[in-house]
Design a protein around this ligand. Structure first.
Ligand code: ADP
Ligand code: MG
Length: 334
């Protein structure tokens, strides 16, 4: 008889929550919630809540309950998870689902315990936690069981993570509590200094996604956007080009290089030589920045390659991890 227990892999990201059931992606929505403040009640979530950002009356607040990869608003996170899990599984009186939830590598035990509790609070019977780069490695089918090294660089909204894996374990890893959102802030700063125009966070992210690049060799694109004149406070449009963005993003990109170098320094030389041969897999939404593979390859001297499923591999790998618990017993916490 097939098991009646549903099994979900949940990538609980700062920007996006992605859920896989087996090989299927069953949900991919911004990790954003709109709250009615008086009643502390969730009135919207996901893309509809994100679309409300900056446009709501005083009695409503748009909240991102996960900040820099960890739970910042516990109750809201638990409510959101419960709502989503019930939406996917239906009312679950008898058969409560098994969840594999991702957490950033190198967070504190207090931070990971909060995620575990939120999973239980969401109605799960069994909650497992897996470090995000390990889940990503499983989701992109890296051969992590043999005793040879594989490296993943994962660039998210509020975290950058790097890990070296072998024998189904993380050997060395690093976390920076910064990511795509910090890049958006750097863009706002740069455009303000350069053109005297203040962009909203939403506009800065759009500009990054549409014309951004890591290197000047990418095709130069431009986009005209609306901002606010720094002095008069009046609306003003500004045309932003790829060259502006390459400039604005340099310091964020250099931080990524430093993070990878720190992890390489802590990695045994045998595994480093495997990585030199195989290259580094790039995943997470941030790796969709044009030219980032060429930039990282050039700066690290190790071939860095893009994967087919950068924004869903973590959830897919988390779901897969549920089917290989005995193999992963050293890496997975319950
Ligand atoms: N084309 C793009 N260029 C640069 N950054 C991008 C692009 N597309 C998405 N991103 C960024 O990726 C981040 C989200 O990545 P994601 O892996 O979903 O994050 P998380 O796992 O932290 O929720 C956001 O900061 C978003 O701006
Ligand atoms: Mg993610």
């Amino acid at each position: 008889m097939a098991s009646l227990t549903r099994e979900l892999g949940i990538d609980l990201g700062t920007s996006f929550i992605v859920i896989a059931e087996g090989p299927e992606i069953v949900l991919q929505e911004p990790t954003t919630v709109a709250i009615l403040l008086d009643e502390w009640k969730m009135i919207e979530w996901g893309q509809s809540a994100k679309d409300m950002f900056g446009r709501v009356p005083d009695d409503i607040e748009v909240v991102n309950p996960i900040q820099n990869g960890v739970i910042a608003e516990y109750e809201i996170t638990e409510n959101l998870l419960r709502y989503i899990v019930q939406k996917i599984c239906g009312p679950m009186v008898l058969f409560r689902p098994k969840l594999m939830i991702t957490v950033p590598c190198n967070i504190t035990s207090v931070e990971s315990r909060a995620v575990h509790e939120a999973g239980i609070g969401a109605g799960s019977r069994e909650v497992y936690l897996i470090q995000q780069p390990l889940a990503a490695a499983l989701g992109i089918d890296l051969p992590i069981s043999p005793p040879s090294g594989n490296m993943v660089i994962s660039l998210g909204g509020g975290t950058n993570q790097v890990a070296v894996m072998a024998m189904n374990s993380i050997i060395s890893s690093g976390l920076d509590r910064t990511g795509g959102q910090k890049m958006d802030e750097e863009i706002i700063n740069y455009i303000r200094k350069q053109y005297g125009v203040i962009l909203s966070k939403t506009t800065a992210e759009v500009v990054k996604m549409r014309v951004g690049a890591a290197i000047k060799e990418e095709e130069i694109l431009t986009l005209e956007v609306q901002g606010q004149d720094q002095i008069s406070g009046l609306p003003r449009s500004v045309t932003i080009s790829t060259e502006d963005l390459v400039e604005a993003l340099q310091s964020s990109l250099e931080e990524i290089i430093k993070l990878v170098k720190r992890v390489l320094e802590a990695t045994p030389p045998e595994l480093v030589s495997d990585i030199m041969d195989r290259g580094v897999a790039l995943c997470g939404g941030g790796t969709q920045l044009r030219g980032i593979d060429r930039y990282l390859t050039r700066e690290l001297g190790i071939p860095a390659y893009l994967v087919d499923n950068p924004t869903t591999c973590t959830a897919e790998g988390a779901a897969r991890a549920l089917t290989m618990l005995p193999d992963l017993k050293r890496a997975i916490k319950q």
